[in-house]
Every structure is written in C-alpha cells, then in structure tokens.
Design a binder for this molecule. Structure first.
Ligand SMILES: NC(=O)N[C@@H](CC(=O)O)C(=O)O
Ligand SMILES: [Zn+2]
Ligand SMILES: [Zn+2]
Length: 346
C-alpha cells in the first residue's frame, strides 16, 4: 500500500499548555486533527467553566489562520468541585469532559483529588448529564512500585468508582498495561480507553537500555513488551472501546534532559504517521480509521469529521528539535529518525 485516506482523525487526549508554549505547539495538532480533548492541567488548573471558556479563546487565538481545529474543553476535578460547576460546564456546550488526576500522580496534579469519595456530588451530576470522567489511572502511594501503579489503581479506585456510579461514562486515559486493556474490554459500553502511540511503539527497554533516554519518559511509564503487545492488540482489535489519544505532552528540551526530567512525550508533530507505523507493524492498517477517526467521536456522542486526510508512503525525517517558548527548543519523540508514512499537506 502506498497511500491511505482516512476520515480526519481526532485526538482525545492532548496537552497544549498556555501562552508562548501554546502558540509553539498548537499548529502541529491543528494540521492533523479535527478536534482534540484539551487537558486542564495548567498552572493554576482549569477548574471552572469560566476558566475553560477563557482558555478555549486563547487556543482559538493561537491557531494558524484558516484552521478549523476545534478544542474540546475539560475541567480539572478537585476535592471541592461542586455539582453546580458540572451543570455550568454542561450548559456551556463547550466543555466535554472532566479530568481526574489523583493528587501527585503526574505533571501539575498537585490540586488533584485526594479522596474520590469527596467528589460524589460532582460525579453524580456527571453520570446524570452524560459527561465523561477522564481518568489518569495510577495510585500514588509511596509503597506501590511505579510499574504497578496502574494495575493497582484498577482494583483500588476504578472498580469501586464504577460500582458506586455504574452509569458514569469513564475514559481510562493512556492505558499502559495488559491489565487495563483487559479491564476495559470486559467492562460495559460506558467504559472506554485512550492509547498513546508511544505505548504502542515502545517498551521500557527503549527508554533504559544502552543509556537513559529522557524523551521516552512519560507517565504512566513505559512497561514490559508483553504489555505493549496487549495494547497493540487492543488498539487494532476493532473494538470501539479503544481510541486515539496522543497524550502529547510538551516540555522544553532542558526540562526533559535534566537530572530530574519532566514526564511527557511530545508526539503531536507526527502523531498520525506514528500511529500508522504502529498499525502497519501489527498488519492492521485497515483498522486505523476506526481507532483514529470514528470510535472517539462515537463515544463522546459527537459527529464524525466530514473531511479526510491522506498519508503517503514517503520516507521523511522528524526534525531534531523545534522552537518552543522563551527561546527554548522542544524535542519531538523519535526526533531525527525516519518515518515511512507522511501526512499530505493540504
Ligand atoms: N503524560 C505525561 O507524562 N505528562 C503529562 C501529564 C499526564 O498526562 O499524566 C503532562 O502534562 O506533562
Ligand atoms: Zn495522565
Ligand atoms: Zn496527559
């Protein structure tokens, strides 16, 4: 196959940051994606509808001219989010989900939830209004090994949450384990998952063998090969419960290449090409369109995109780095490496 045309994809998990960083990265996603679910972990976090709408305006203002990219906004759930805030979010028509960060689990999660039982009011309103809860599914207890934090989260948090709120729409974000893939596959239709392209392409050896590669460090952390295989099987299974969410998470080069490097992989500049690479490796290019362009919209109750994108088999090299905020640079994942698929500009 030398060319591949798909309904324009959407990114159901994306970090765009703010200000100069936003201006530096938004074009990369807007070029490829019709829409994206925009993560609310700014400093300070986006906890109110008013803040989400103001952030949406900043994103629209930063878009390249003529872009039809649509940011789908989210709220950052805290211990104190009132049910009324969920009602306001729903009434806005522009806030599409609420994000659960267990306090301390990941980048900018200090204001996250300390105890989910404090959120029953807000979550009850979400279940009633059909607003999905997007979950960073890792426990944070110091005694749980970083490689086990997702699997333990399923038992300690996810199952009890769904027992209390069986009708709640839940997206288990950026799943990284066979345990999570199995859990989601067996759950009812109101439970789905996003899968990043780095978790489809890489395992922890890529990050740690022959030297420590900070650009492969993200949360949840890359796991063993057997987990990568399970994620690839889930993504290419044709099940509508699994869909595209890059979790593209920009950090300046100096903040990644550091004694205490930030978590996050910047995959937006070649997102769809990287997914095509992963699907082709699995012999499942024919399953890419459902995963990238249909199932997420269906889950969120939104129309599928009306336009399309075309990829051609044409080797090209990802830039070594790109301009970022404050005169810094940013290193995309697989920088300097050659990709086989290329999105046709247009
Ligand atoms: N994935 C990451 O490693 N980092 C994300 C936060 C997140 O999605 O957990 C970020 O905002 O940098
Ligand atoms: Zn996360
Ligand atoms: Zn994320």
């Amino acid at each position: 196959m030398t060319s591949l045309t798909l309904t324009r994809p959407d990114d159901w998990h994306l970090h765009l940051r703010d200000d100069e960083a936003l201006a530096a990265v938004v074009g990369a996603s807007a070029r490829q994606m019709g829409r994206a679910i925009i993560m609310p972990n700014l400093r300070p976090p986006v906890t109110t509808t008013e803040q989400a709408l103001a952030y949406r305006q900043r994103i629209l203002a930063a878009l390249p001219e003529g872009s039809a990219f649509e940011p789908l906004m989210t709220l950052y759930l805290t211990d104190n989010t009132p049910a009324e805030e969920i009602e306001r979010a729903h009434a806005s028509g522009l806030v599409h989900a609420v994000k659960l960060y267990p306090a301390g689990a990941t980048t900018n999660s200090d204001s996250g939830v300390t105890d989910l039982s404090l959120c029953d009011g807000a979550i009850g309103a979400m279940a009633r209004l059909g607003i999905p809860l997007l979950v960073h599914g890792e426990v944070t207890s110091a005694d749980i090994d970083i490689f086990d934090r997702e699997a333990v989260f399923i038992e300690r948090v996810m199952k009890p949450l769904l027992e209390r709120h069986p009708d709640l729409k839940v997206v288990f974000e950026h799943i990284t384990t066979a345990d999570a893939a199995e859990f989601v596959a067996a759950a009812p239709a109101n439970v789905a998952a996003t899968i990043t392209v780095h978790h489809l392409l890489f395992n922890r050896n890529h990050m740690l063998v022959g030297g420590i590669r900070p650009h492969y460090y993200c949360l949840p952390i890359l796991k063993r090969e057997r987990h990568r295989q399970a994620l690839l099987a889930a993504a290419t299974s044709g099940s509508p419960k699994f869909f595209l969410g890059t979790d593209s998470a920009p950090h300046a080069q100096g903040d990644k290449e550091s004694a205490c490097g930030c978590a996050g992989a910047y995959t937006a500049p070649a997102a769809i090409e990287l997914y095509a690479t992963a699907f082709e490796q699995a012999g499942a290019l024919d399953r890419l369109e459902g995963f990238a362009s249909h199932f997420g919209a269906d889950f969120y109750g939104l129309p599928r995109n009306a336009d399309s994108v075309t990829l051609v088999r044409e080797p090209w090299q990802l830039p070594k780095s790109l301009p970022y905020a404050g005169g810094q640079r940013i290193v995309p994942l697989m920088s300097g490496e050659t990709l086989e698929w290329k999105l046709v500009e247009g």
